[in-house]
Design a protein around this ligand. Structure first.
Ligand code: SF4
Ligand code: SF4
Length: 132
């Protein structure tokens, strides 16, 4: 198994520093890979990253919700969305995303769609050589 970063990720970067096997990388180019991604072949399922995420974006793969109920006001980030997000990451650096949508309270979204991109980033995407 692996842990999965979902589209609730807003590139805060906090999870990267706690991963003992350094298998979390920022998606690049950001316009095509808006989240951070976990290399499924390297993740040891320690769970340390979950508590570090201020947006509750990380789940064990078998617990990614197919019907995530939004609290309201959180953002999802996906290619094709046109909303704009500006924030600050764990290091105080600006984070700007142009492919977001804010969620309404009580809205349900399927986050299992976000599992495959975590694999794709490393199998066929630009992360192929980012984790040796
Ligand atoms: S801590 Fe959460 S928001 Fe930040 S990069 Fe990791 S998954 Fe994304
Ligand atoms: S579960 Fe552990 S090994 Fe896997 S990405 Fe998170 S911190 Fe890294």
């Amino acid at each position: 198994m692996t842990h999965i970063i979902t589209s609730l990720c807003l590139r805060d970067s906090g999870c990267v520093e706690v991963c003992p096997v350094e298998c979390i990388v920022p998606g690049k180019p950001q316009e095509e890979w808006p989240w951070y991604y976990i290399d499924p072949d390297t993740c040891i399922d320690c769970g340390a990253c979950i508590a570090e995420c201020p947006y509750d974006a990380i789940f064990p793969e078998d617990e990614v919700p197919s019907a995530y109920t939004a609290k309201g006001g959180e953002f999802i980030s996906k290619i094709g969305l046109t909303g704009h997000y500006e924030g600050v990451n764990h290091h105080g650096d600006a984070v700007i995303l142009d492919c977001v949508r804010s969620l309404n309270a009580g809205e349900e979204v399927d986050l299992t769609e976000d599992i495959q991109p975590n694999y794709d980033y490393f199998k066929t995407g630009p992360g192929y050589k980012s984790v040796e």
